[in-house]
Design a protein around this ligand. Structure first.
Ligand code: NAP
Length: 331
């Protein structure tokens, strides 16, 4: 039973990587969490989420079904829960998939957040909101680190939808006086990352090859550079921005650049293998409009939130390979 003073947080996308870590952190700090997942009938055969339902069992968490296209359900949910804090994380989270599913990505990732913001405006106007924006709103020159003032120039349907929602978050903040912050998230990883993302593709392959289940891994592009951090650090940053008196935009990143080839070296060396003996590149060219490098400058979050990342990429990759080995070994 919740006490009348227990704060309530609404976490959309609670079954995803970030939603599951955030729910655990909020519950540990005494919150009651209402988390959303898609209605089962609308979840595609290869879900975008990492399916965290099992590990989320807690009497302080209520999971409800919500589709981002369904404004009526969103209104009812916000009106009924009247949360003090809203973390809007639910999204079609794959850039690659957004090229094939432009309409559904636009609906979920551009209009979905507006449905959340507007429900909050009408039913929970004092709620503090964190929106999961993305580094894919940027397209900087090679090796330039992006900050909150970097020009918005998305290159994918995913990035374009996030850019629209990011601007709308600012609109609700400025025009309606709401406490809405944009968390401009650079890539962040964990063993809960869904399998289709490149980090998990590589760690799962290194684990499988080390166990003799397969011998090679084919990748599209080894040269792409990204800024990869540890997912629980990023959900901690979301909470810090919600706790600030004033809402703002924050780049959440490590500031350190690594290539896909670096990821391969880290994953394969962890299991005593030379990645160059196992990784091949595809003859089929990959997407041409992906930014070659996306690196963040987290100085504003460092200064204003006293936020710093706590785990190196090598340690993150090692823990992901270990989790993949454990999963393959138990069947
Ligand atoms: P994730 O693991 O893919 O989880 C996505 C969540 O969104 C799942 O709970 C999924 O529900 C839900 N969802 C998907 N489509 C939906 C729809 N149409 N209606 C309602 N719910 C829907 O993503 P994540 O890595 O935790 O990312 C969290 C947020 O941060 C996302 O907005 C993502 O775009 C953003 N972001 C992430 C990164 C990163 O590196 N992880 C970087 C930049 C921005 P089901 O349980 O039904 O699948």
């Amino acid at each position: 039973m919740q006490s009348p003073t227990t704060p309530t947080a609404l976490v959309t996308g609670v079954t995803g990587q970030d939603g599951s870590f955030l729910a655990e952190q909020l519950i540990a700090d005494g919150y009651a969490v209402v988390g959303t997942t898609r209605p089962a009938a609308r979840t595609p055969p290869t879900p975008s989420s990492s399916g965290q339902s099992d590990r989320l069992a807690s009497s302080h968490l209520r999971i409800v079904e919500m589709d981002l296209a369904d404004a009526e359900t969103i209104d009812q949910l916000v009106a009924e829960t009247r949360p003090q804090e809203i973390y809007h994380l639910a999204a079609q989270s794959s850039v690659a998939e957004s090229f094939d599913n432009i309409l559904s990505t636009s609906d979920a990732n551009a209009l979905g957040p507006v449905r959340i913001f507007d429900a909050a405006r009408r039913f929970a106007p004092t709620a503090r909101i964190c929106f999961a924006s993305s580094c894919h709103i940027f397209n900087p020159p090679a090796d330039v680190r992006c900050n909150e003032s970097t020009a918005i120039a998305p290159q994918s349907p995913y990035g374009m939808a996030k850019a629209f929602a990011h601007a709308m978050a600012t609109h609700y903040r400025d025009a309606h006086g709401m406490h809405v912050s944009n968390a401009i998230l650079f890539n962040h990883e964990s063993e809960r990352r869904p399998a289709q993302f490149v980090t998990r593709t590589i760690t799962a392959a290194a684990a499988a090859i080390s166990l003799g289940h397969r011998d090679t891994l084919e990748l599209l592009d080894l040269s792409a550079k990204r800024d990869w951090g540890w997912a629980p650090d990023y959900t901690r940053a979301m909470r810090l921005m919600v706790a600030k008196d004033k809402p703002d935009d924050y780049v959440i990143a490590t500031g350190i650049s690594h290539s896909v080839a670096d990821l391969c070296e880290m994953a394969f060396s962890h299991v005593g293998l030379d990645w160059r003996n196992h990784v091949t590149t595809s003859a089929t060219p990959g997407r041409t409009n992906d930014a070659p490098a996306l690196i963040g400058d987290p100085d504003h979050a460092n200064q204003s939130l006293q936020w710093k990342p706590t785990r190196s990429l090598r340690a993150i990759i090692a823990s992901m390979v270990e989790a993949d080995i454990a999963q393959l070994s138990t069947g």
